[in-house]
Design a protein around this ligand. Sequence first.
Ligand code: HGY
Ligand code: MN
Ligand code: MN
Length: 415
Amino acid sequence: MTRIDRERSARRIEHDIETLAGPAYTSSSEAICRYAYTDVYERTLRYFTDQLEGLGFRVWRDPVGTLVASNVEPGAPAFGIGSHCDSNRNGGKYDGTLGVCTALEVCRLAVEAGGGVPLRLISFLEEEGSGFGQMLLGSRIMAQRVTEEELRTSIVDEDGVPFWDSAARAGYPVERWRDSIRTLDGLTGWVEVHIEQGRVLQDTARRIGVVQAIAGYVHGDLRFAGRADHAGATPMGYRNDASVVAAECVLELERLAEDASRRVPTVGTAGEGTVVPNLINVVPAEVRVGLDIRSVERDSYRGVVDAITSFAETAAQRRGLRTEYRQRQETLPTTMDAGVVAALERAVQATGQPYRLMPSGASHDTQLVAPHVPSAMLFVPCLDGVSHSPDESASSDDAALGAELMLTAIRDLVA
Ligand code: HGY
Ligand code: MN
Ligand code: MN
C-alpha cells in the first residue's frame, strides 16, 4: 500500500479549495457560482492548468471546454482521475471542486514519487447544468449522449442562446464535439472522489464511502396553461389559475416518491420553475415546474414520471386548463466496476479507516465514463449532508485520505 504524508496533502488540498472559494472564482458573494464560458470559470480552469503544467503535465481542453491533463501522450494507457469544478448556482466550495483538487494532489504525489504512474486528469464542463439547464452536459457530450441538433438548438442558456453559439463564442471548435470521446482513449480505469452530499457517512461514523452504484434520473418540465385574470375582481369560481394545478402536482409528486420509496429509495423534487406573468395581483396564466426524479432502479423513477404526468393531465382537465410535459434528459442508473471497487476497498481496509460500500443518490460524471472505462467513486463526508448550498462543509484531511487511497488503488490496478 502507498503511505503519503496526509498532513501535507491535506494542507495543499485545503489551499487549493480555499483559493478557488475566493472572489476571483465565483460570480456570487453569497455562494460559489461558476459555470461554462464565464470569466470566473475560465479563471478556475487556468488555476488548474497552471498547477498541472507546473508538475510537467500536458494540459488541453476538449472541443467544448472540458479540461484534460496527462503525464503521458494522449491515447496512451493511463488511469483517469477527476471530477468537475463548475458549481451549482447556489453552490458550496466542495461539490466537484474537492474532487478535482484531490486528483491534482494525486498528480503531485505521483510526480514526487518519481512518476511511473500514468495519469489523465479530467475536469468536466457543466456537470451542474448551471449554464444551460442540462446536468452532466460535458460528460454527456463526451459519451455522445446528446445530439448535434440539441447542442445547436434546444440546449440554450437563460437568454435563449444555444450551447453551440456560446461554445463557439468562447473560442472552442464545437463543430468537433464528437472528438471529445477521444479523451477516454487508453484509459484503463477511472476514479472520482466527491463529497457524499448526504449524511450516511456522518450518521454511521465512516470516513470513506466506496460507491457501488449511482442513481439514474429524469429531468423534465410540466407546463400548465390557464388564463391571466385580475386577482381582486375575479371570483374564485371563475378562474383558470395555473398555479393551483401546479401546487396539486407538487404535493402528488411527494406522495408518489414516498410511495415508491417503500420498495426502493426514490426521490422527487420540484425545485425550479417559472410563473407568468409573475405579478402579485394577477392570477397566473402559465406555470412551469421543473421535475427532478431519481432512483438507483430505473423502473422506480420511470414509474413516478409516468404517474405524475398522467396526474397532471387529469388535474389540469378538471380545472379547464391545458398541460404539457417535456422531458429534458435522462441519465441511467450506473453500476460501478467490481474490480475498481475491490481495489478501493483493499486500499481502505489496509488503512484501517472506517468505511462503507454504498450507493450514490447524487449524479456524477462517472456515470457517463463508466460504460466506456472501468470506473468507481470514493465519497468523503460533508457536514450534516448539506450540499448545493454555501453552507457545505467537508474536511481536507478526509480528501487527503482519499488521495492516498486513489494512489494505492491505481498502483494496484496498473501493476
Ligand atoms: O444534482 C446532482 O446530482 C449533481 O450534484 N449535479
Ligand atoms: Mn458534483
Ligand atoms: Mn452538484
